[in-house]
Design a protein around this ligand. Structure first.
Ligand SMILES: Cc1cc2nc3c(=O)[nH]c(=O)nc-3n(C[C@H](O)[C@H](O)[C@H](O)COP(=O)(O)O)c2cc1C
Length: 403
């Protein structure tokens, strides 16, 4: 999701430096090119070699190294970066940046960049609540810098309180949102649904299905990485929610429909990757059903058809994409094509369950795309995030053709 993006990570002297190693790894794994700058004090906590190994680039510490390719590297790096992320950000760097102090490589680069700068504060509660820090944070925000929240919990000194650095995945989430929107979906609003729904039987039991939400999460993360504003409506997920998306949790098919319809008007694209229940109990017992009989029959009724309701509200230029999960290879293609027509979809992604590595819970998927322009694209078995990329590329092409 960060393919081609250039990130400078500035590391300052706090104990949370160890978590920044994981942040660098996640960014590199997501496809970004990462360069690390450390303050002298930060090198007391983690050796530059660790960051050099994780990022694949030399780490810059001092201002006046003689062996540099360029003597004005602080300017070169400031221009190179799509975003500068300071994690952890000490009380000291917040104070320096708030007042334009440039007395080492990192603080000089911060003042020298036109790119967004995001601070991820980490400090003991007293340092965070200190009047100086509390004055500096609004000053930084006024100057256009981004500042992430801090977490609550156990701090390095054993105290429990506010000031912990947020976790690397959460930092990634803020980073993606602070990055200048660029890519195939720049400026587009996309709505993605994912996961199963849960239809209550009684206060303790539900009907649900095996959807993990992985395909939907991959679609949402990839869209955010390609520059879209992403809203993610999801049932209970077996995986962490997507980085870079606004998330909204729902339970039943009815709740998912309400959430989708409320947001569909402003969306350019809707991708329905959720496995929505087709049936729900006609009556939900208000007390737990007791095991008094040998057999139990529960009468079911159809759930609302989200795609049919969406089709009625669809405006010119909006793209709606559905998924079809089939178990019968023979009939799968015919059914998928019928569904494409019947539900007025622009594209349908067909999954035939049965083959290893395909469908629910797996990290890979084999999908065939059928589009309203008649094009059929058979994608090979590949990582769900690569399936997501291929789907968004096809969706962008459909949008361009329709506009
Ligand atoms: C063990 C230890 C942990 C520290 N943790 C933090 C911290 O989490 N946040 C912070 O603002 N300062 C922390 N400090 C203090 C900073 O290292 C100190 O203010 C230093 O001047 C920061 O320099 P820098 O911002 O240039 O890296 C810690 C110091 C020590 C010795």
């Amino acid at each position: 999701m960060l393919r081609g993006r250039r990130i400078v990570i500035g590391v300052t002297g706090g104990i949370a430096c160890y978590k920044t190693c994981e942040l660098v790894r996640l960014c590199v794994k997501a496809g970004a090119e990462v360069k690390v700058v450390m303050t002298e004090h930060a090198t007391e906590f983690v050796a530059p070699l660790t960051f050099e190994t994780l990022s694949g680039h030399d780490v810059v510490v001092g201002m006046y190294g003689r062996n540099r390719a360029m003597s004005t590297e602080h300017i070169a790096l400031a221009r190179w970066a799509d975003i500068v992320v300071i994690a952890p950000a000490t009380a000291n760097i917040l104070a320096k940046a708030a007042h334009g102090i440039a007395d080492d490589f990192l603080s000089t680069m911060i003042i020298a960049t036109y790119s967004p700068v995001m601070f991820v504060p980490a400090m003991n509660t007293a340092m965070l609540k200190a009047p100086a820090t509390q004055r500096n944070i609004p000053l930084l925000l006024e100057s256009g810098y981004h500042i992430t929240p801090t977490g609550k919990g156990e701090l390095a000194d054993g105290e429990v309180g506010e000031g912990r650095m947020i976790e690397p995945r959460e930092i990634m989430h803020h980073l993606v949102r602070a990055l200048p929107r660029a890519g195939l979906l720049a400026g587009k609003r996309v709505l993605v649904t994912a996961g199963p729904t849960e239809e209550p039987v009684d206060p303790v039991r539900v009907f649900t299905n095996r959807s993990s939400g992985k395909m939907g999460v991959a679609l949402a993360e990839m869209a955010a990485g390609m520059g879209a504003h992403v809203t993610f409506v999801h049932g209970p997920l077996a995986v962490p929610p997507p980085i870079g998306a606004d998330c909204m949790a729902v339970g039943t098919a009815q709740q998912m429909m309400d959430a989708v319809l409320a947001r569909f008007q402003e969306a350019n694209v809707l991708v329905m990757a959720a496995a929505v229940a087709d049936y729900r109990p006609k009556v939900v017992a208000d007390q737990k059903i007791k095991k008094t009989t040998d057999t139990l029959a529960i009468e079911m009724e159809r759930t609302p058809d989200i795609l049919a309701s969406v089709a009625r509200k669809k405006k010119q230029g909006q793209i709606v994409v559905g998924f079809a999960v089939e178990t019968d290879v023979e009939k799968a293609e015919k059914r998928a094509r019928e569904r494409l027509q019947k539900k007025s979809l622009d594209m349908i992604a067909l999954n035939v369950i049965g083959e290893n590595g395909v469908g629910f819970g797996t990290d890979t998927n084999r999908v065939t795309l059928f589009c309203r322009d008649g094009l059929k694209t058979e994608l090979p078995l590949m990582e769900k995030r690569e399936v997501a990329r291929a789907m968004w590329e096809r969706i962008a092409a459909l949008q361009a053709a329709g506009s």
